[in-house]
Design a protein around this ligand. Structure first.
Ligand code: COA
Length: 466
């Protein structure tokens, strides 16, 4: 089987942002809660002339121009999003329309693709399906592009409001990739009908059960991880020695990041699960100085665990103490911290958050001087509703060619800090496309929605601003 994976990736982040201190003051929240409790300093916001489709097109154009790709080199373009613009017309069709303004009318006609939806996890399914399309040699030598693009928008005044953000990541999927080859036959999924976070038709912001969604994320990723572990051991991909955990064989972790702190919590949950039956756990417990609590009903439902307030309180205490241990911190600093840098200055990107995390991991580990060749990255992808996918990939010998030019600040460009009143007007959709706040430069923007005649109702018109 040929090596297939991510050859290169490009990002697009809108220029507007709100600062956590301004936000905290406006909402009467301690700024330390946002900086340390959530892990946010700047939240990116889409401008009045931007939507998830033009962010996707902007990321894709960067990817194509940088790699001197022609539409003929691309056989498939998938867009994974939970910020759909139409109930029927797929987002990739808007993206193709924008790109054809540059590459010529009909230049993508030979290609195919769809929009994918499953909250924040759909990008991972899109990557998996497209990698298999190439492995099956259905691709006639062409590459696939998977774009993850979202605007995370919550109600003003809600606890989700400080977990907003916007942006897109476009990934080039090829045979013999320069950046990362996916490990084969180990990707594992789990699916269950849940209502932890959802957005009924016509509603612009989601309905969220925050605490439940946090716990469900941890449990579902852990279950998918168990299945990954079983497959990795069975297939011989990973060979465990006595006293080892499979996490010892994963060099870096990149997980779904609705906010920075959630990454840390996910790692803590996973390590507790993996380590509690190993000899090293005795030393961990000794450092913590308390026994690990257990719920009264150990095989109960998530609801029964959440209702067990005594356990929940004790478990919170234990989790915090575990996250202070040298054991946790060593793994966190070495294997995860770099993947969280971007999240703190951009915010939640839903489908794109884990892939922005990968990009962050590569850039900041490279800048630290870490040799990334042959290192395994383990991914924990979660989508509310709910499904999780756990998979892994190996960083390839040519990775430096891609990673050396990564510069997050330069890629985002000069940013515009918004006063809270302006942000609120933008949030309430009080501005038209022509009332944008950051001057566009070399990018696609939305210029009109609807149209003058009834037969153009719902049309979205975009232009490329040179
Ligand atoms: N200084 C430092 N930290 C503080 C603080 C302060 N003054 N005040 C509170 N905190 C910490 C809390 O201790 C908590 O940390 P912990 O998670 O380590 O316990 C953290 O800030 C969050 O505060 P908390 O009050 O528990 O949560 P919240 O009501 O602010 O809600 C979410 C947080 C994530 C539930 C909410 O933002 C949400 O619903 N988000 C959308 C859904 C989501 O992202 N789900 C994730 C899974 S997909």
């Amino acid at each position: 089987m040929p090596a297939v994976g991510i050859d290169d990736l490009a990002i697009y982040v809108p220029k507007l942002y709100i600062d956590y201190k301004d936000f905290a003051e406006a909402r009467g929240i301690d700024p330390q809660k946002l900086e340390y409790g959530i892990g946010i300093k700047k939240m990116a916001l889409a401008d009045a002339n931007q939507d998830s489709a033009c962010m996707a097109a902007n990321a894709c154009l960067k990817l194509m121009q940088r790699n001197r790709l022609h539409p003929q080199d691309i056989g498939r373009m998938y867009v994974a999003t939970e910020s759909a613009l139409d109930e029927s017309k797929a987002m990739n069709s808007f993206v193709v329309g924008m790109l054809e303004q540059i590459y010529g009318e009909g230049s993508f006609e030979h290609a195919g693709g769809i929009e994918c939806k499953f909250a924040c996890v759909s990008g991972s399914y899109a990557l998996y399906d497209n990698a298999n399309w190439i492995r099956a040699e259905e691709n006639s030598g062409k590459a696939a592009i998977v774009i993850v693009s979202d605007i995370a928008k919550y109600d003003i005044g809600s606890s989700g409001e400080y977990t907003q953000g916007a942006g897109a990541v476009a990934m080039l999927i090829t045979k013999n990739p320069r950046l990362m080859a996916f490990d084969q036959k180990v990707a594992s999924t789990i699916i269950k009908n849940e209502y932890d976070f959802y957005r009924p038709f016509g509603k612009e912001t989601p309905l969220v059960n925050g605490t439940y969604s946090n716990l469900l994320y941890l449990i579902q990723v852990r279950k998918a991880f168990d299945s990954y572990k079983e497959r990795a051991i069975k297939s011989g991909l990973i060979k465990l020695q006595d006293g080892e955990s499979i996490t010892d064989h994963i060099d870096f972790f990149s997980v779904h990041l609705p906010y920075r702190k959630m990454g840390e919590k996910a790692l803590a949950y996973l390590l507790r699960h993996e380590w509690r039956h190993l000899p090293r756990w005795k030393n961990v417990i000794k450092e913590i100085g308390m026994a690990e609590p257990h719920p009264k009903d150990q095989r109960g439902t998530i609801e029964s665990i959440l209702a067990d307030t005594e356990f929940m309180k004790a478990d919170e205490k234990f989790r915090r103490a575990f996250m202070q241990t040298s054991y946790f911190n060593e793994v966190f600093e070495k294997k995860m911290a770099s993947s969280l840098e971007a999240s703190a200055i951009i915010g939640n990107l839903y489908t794109a958050s884990m892939y922005m995390g990968l990009r962050s991991l590569l850039e900041f580990e490279y800048k630290k001087g870490t040799d990334l060749e042959d290192k395994r990255v383990g991914f924990g992808s979660y989508g509310s509703g709910s499904s999780a996918m756990v998979f892994s990939g190996i960083i390839q010998p040519d990775y430096k060619e891609i990673v050396k030019r990564m510069d997050l600040e330069q890629d985002i460009g000069e940013r515009v800090k918004l006063p809270i009143e302006v942000y609120e007007r933008l949030h309430r959709n009080e501005k038209t496309c022509s009332e944008f706040l950051a001057r566009p430069h070399k990018e696609f923007v939305l210029v009109k929605v609807g149209g003058l005649t009834a037969d153009k109702a719902g049309f979205r018109e975009y232009v490329y601003v040179k």
